[in-house]
Design a protein around this ligand. Structure first.
Ligand code: 5MM
Length: 393
């Protein structure tokens, strides 16, 4: 007589056989999500690390929390400092990042921070590594691993993100340093005649190969295909391009055997170009964005964390809030934030490189984190902006 779980075993075996024909996900899902016996290999990820990936991905998009992107490369960070008359040195970048990671109470609203190669090696003034400071605040450290978007050969005005060479070794080093997730950003530009299919496909392929390498190393990949806001195009054009980009990215993720349960998507909101005369209401943007995501993003993805892309802080919060408010019960994934400019900019403008402004800058950062956390829950109100209630300073 068959033991009680034999039918299950048979089903699992059948699913495993299906892997050879490209149905890897079935075996993966059975083993990892339901804990079925008999499968210890899913693509190259062991059952244990698959469970860790899933747990980390879920924690990154936990209820009421979102991600803080502080992964500006040195040139970008210096450019932002220069505009505000802040000295552009390794030490000023370090003290600014210290201000961010030591903000009292940040862990109430922030699940993870995205660091840059220079930052992950830096420490608080007293010598404590930032990774330790972050972890002790209950925040998950992550790392940007692409090496930047470069002009794409044969594709004028378009970019291809680089960084795959040597990535396996770099991921091993970052993991050893304490990183638990990674990030790679692809840039897609809308203008006359672009984006081209060649640019979309090349960037989607690179994102998928990066994501597979991350999962192999036990790091959750944040997959960030950013359709830029630059231009005069209407909302509909951004919708079309974003949908095409996301479909291509998920097709490549499937081809490269990336486990969707162990990744986070970081897309743009669907917005009219910033020079378009018709900007649309908060509700319209929310509806169009969620419709686009519902059509293109599989339900197995645990969370979507938006980039802010140059939107004003309050508008970014209001739009995220409207999505969570209007679609709460209809979305299969958590919908949250992974902002850089829309969470950091007020703090940076207050700090201006001056020690005496640090506490006020931390207050501003805490405030934006709190507003975005409320938006993650559909509880953000514009009146919150008048009430800078903080634990900082
Ligand atoms: C912090 O900006 C990141 C890119 O920096 P580099 O261009 O210097 O490499 C960027 O990837 C950022 O994490 C996301 O795009 C989100 O940033 P925004 O400002 O759009 O929220």
């Amino acid at each position: 007589m068959n033991p009680p779980n034999e039918p299950t075993r048979t089903a699992v075996r059948a699913a495993t056989v299906g892997w050879k024909y490209g149905a890897v996900f079935i075996g993966y899902y059975g083993a990892v999500v339901h804990g079925l016996p008999g499968i210890d290999k899913i693509t190259e990820v062991s059952e244990m690390s698959a469970q860790e990936l899933i747990a980390t991905a879920k924690a990154m998009v936990a209820e009421g929390k979102g991600l803080l992107a502080m992964d500006e490369s040195n040139p970008t960070c210096n450019k932002r400092f220069e505009k505000l008359g802040i000295l552009q040195t390794e030490e000023t970048r370090r003290s600014y990042r210290e201000l961010i990671v030591t903000t009292p109470g940040l862990g109430e609203f922030i699940s993870g921070v995205i660091l840059y190669d220079e930052t992950i090696r830096q420490s608080r003034k007293d010598g404590t590594l930032f990774v330790k400071v972050i972890t002790e605040a209950g925040i998950i450290p992550g790392i940007k691993v692409d090496t930047g978007a470069k002009d794409m050969a044969g594709h004028p005005r378009e970019k291809i993100t680089e960084g795959l060479d040597g990535l396996r070794n770099r991921l091993a080093e970052y993991s050893q340093m304490g990183a638990r997730f990674a990030k790679w950003r692809a840039l897609i530009t809308i203008a006359d005649g672009i984006p081209s299919r060649g640019c979309i496909e090349a960037n989607a392929h690179a994102l998928a190969r990066y994501a597979a390498l991350c999962q192999e190393a036990g790091l959750v990949p944040i997959v960030e295909p950013e359709v830029l806001m630059d231009g005069e195009h209407p909302l509909e054009r951004c919708f079309e391009v974003t949908a095409e980009v996301l479909r291509t990215v998920f097709s490549q993720l499937y081809t490269q055997r990336v486990a969707l349960e162990g990744m986070i998507l970081k897309p743009n909101m669907v917005l009219p170009g910033k020079d378009c005369l018709t900007q649309g209401s908060v509700e319209e943007v929310a509806d169009v964005t969620v419709s686009c995501l519902l059509r293109a993003v599989p339900a197995a993805v645990p969370g979507i964390a938006f980039l802010s892309g140059g939107q004003p802080c309050e508008l970014a919060s209001a739009r995220l809030n409207a999505m969570n408010l209007r679609f709460k019960t209809r979305m299969p994934w958590a919908l949250t934030f992974s902002f850089s400019r829309a969470i950091q900019q007020p703090a940076l403008e207050i700090w201006k490189g001056q020690k005496e402004n640090a506490a006020a800058a931390q207050q501003a950062l805490y405030h934006r984190a709190r507003c975005n956390s409320a938006a993650r829950l559909g509880r953000y109100r514009i009146e919150m902006e008048n009430n800078v209630d903080s634990r900082a300073g």
